[in-house]
Design a protein around this ligand. Structure first.
Ligand SMILES: Cc1ncc(COP(=O)(O)O)c(C=O)c1O
Length: 360
């Protein structure tokens, strides 16, 4: 643990006892951060990927933070290191980070006074990316506020019943670089910036854990068109040879929409609005429950590029309906390609099955 430089983000509170007991048994000390949640953050992203608000399955409630900080000091084998929060994913409002950082700074100042030396503030991941440009995304949001024919079965997506947007934003006004600038140059109080306030606190190490913002825009998924038709209700429907097990983000985030394009017809400027269905055996297997716009009407055998699938897209990759999982190919800046994940074989799908006839 401590010898190896391992740092543990503690969540939930009970882990303090568990980690202390293990450290005692090993004759080591454990360096810990407290992971906090329960901040008054409303609708900062999709509810399913909000991990620090009052409705969160993660984190020690921030309301108990002072007590827990004191409690840590009583554990013989724990070395206090800092405070940690992971707000959620696809956070596009810098104000959410400012709210949390302000709270962490206040707590850190109090903690330092009682001997819990806050050497580190960890802000987790969450920096958003753009899936669409601003105008496109705003137009789509306007369109789906009137659900008729724009969402699957006219279901309410992204809005609450008062017509307020309460979900993920697919346009982000900052990049990872400008995110850091906006974060620390933002105004704290009395015209001080967060950077200045952190300097006053002794400049604890600031840690971020970027995920999506590093890889989200770096991948595309290619699917093949199997059939082009309509639903019984007359909606355009394109069936492709991949299901939500290979493009899964919108299982938990229904508003997650990706730009799509017929790959073998990129010069076409036609517009074809359609739902895109996967190849699994249930109707919920839609690559998005919001209509997509393609560059023309596809036909069987065409390829569709799904853009910006580098983060969380094959999160739930599985062998649903016994389909093998696809390969992944890396293309370098200079145009060289290299397979990085092999295509699964039918043997790969069934190799765990037990031949019970051979069992005695
Ligand atoms: C603790 C923690 N840190 C960082 C990340 C990365 O988040 P993102 O991809 O939104 O940057 C995650 C994602 O689940 C996480 O759980």
């Amino acid at each position: 643990m401590h010898k190896k430089g391992i740092l543990i983000n503690v969540d939930p509170e009970e882990e303090l006892d568990v980690i202390n007991a293990i450290a005692r048994e090993l004759g080591l000390e454990a360096k810990i951060n407290l992971r906090l949640a329960g901040f008054p953050l409303k609708h900062i992203t999709s509810p399913a990927i909000t991990t620090s608000s009052e409705w969160s399955k993660f984190g020690i409630p921030v309301q108990r933070a002072k007590e827990v900080i004191q409690k840590v000091l009583r554990f013989e084998y724990l070395i206090p290191n800092g405070l940690m929060v992971h707000l959620g994913s696809q956070i596009t409002d810098i104000g959410a980070y400012h709210l949390v950082l302000e709270e962490l700074i206040k707590l850190a100042a109090d903690a330092d006074k009682i001997g819990f030396d806050v050497k580190e503030l960890n802000l987790g991941g969450g920096c958003g990316i753009s899936y669409l440009d601003k105008a496109e995304w705003n137009a789509i949001k306007r369109k789906i506020s009137d659900t008729s024919d724009t969402t699957w079965a006219n279901e309410l997506i992204g809005y609450n019943c008062n017509n307020e947007w309460i979900s993920e934003e697919l346009y982000c006004s900052f990049t990872p670089d400008t995110f850091i600038q906006k974060l620390f140059n933002g105004t704290y109080t009395a015209n001080r910036t967060f950077k200045e306030r952190l300097e006053e606190l002794g400049l604890p190490k600031i840690v971020v854990e970027p995920g999506r913002s590093l890889v989200g825009n770096a991948q595309v998924t290619l699917v093949r068109v199997c059939h082009v038709g309509t639903t019984p209700s007359g909606q355009n429907l394109v069936h492709v040879d991949a299901g939500v097990n290979h493009h899964s983000q919108n299982i938990v985030v229904p508003e997650q929409l990706h730009r799509m394009e017929i790959a073998n017809r990129i010069d076409s400027e036609a517009n074809f609005e359609t739902f895109i269905a996967g190849n699994l055996c249930y109707t919920g297997d839609l690559l998005c429950r919001i209509k997509n716009t393609l560059n023309g009407k596809p036909k069987r055998g065409d390829y569709i590029t799904i853009y910006d699938t580098g983060a969380y897209s094959d999160f739930f990759a599985s062998n649903t309906n016994s389909f093998p999982r696809p390969a992944k190919v890396m293309v370098t800046k200079t145009g060289k390609d290299r397979q990085v994940v092999k295509r699964e074989s039918p043997f790969g799908v069934f190799h765990r099955d037990v031949d019970w006839k051979k069992l005695k």
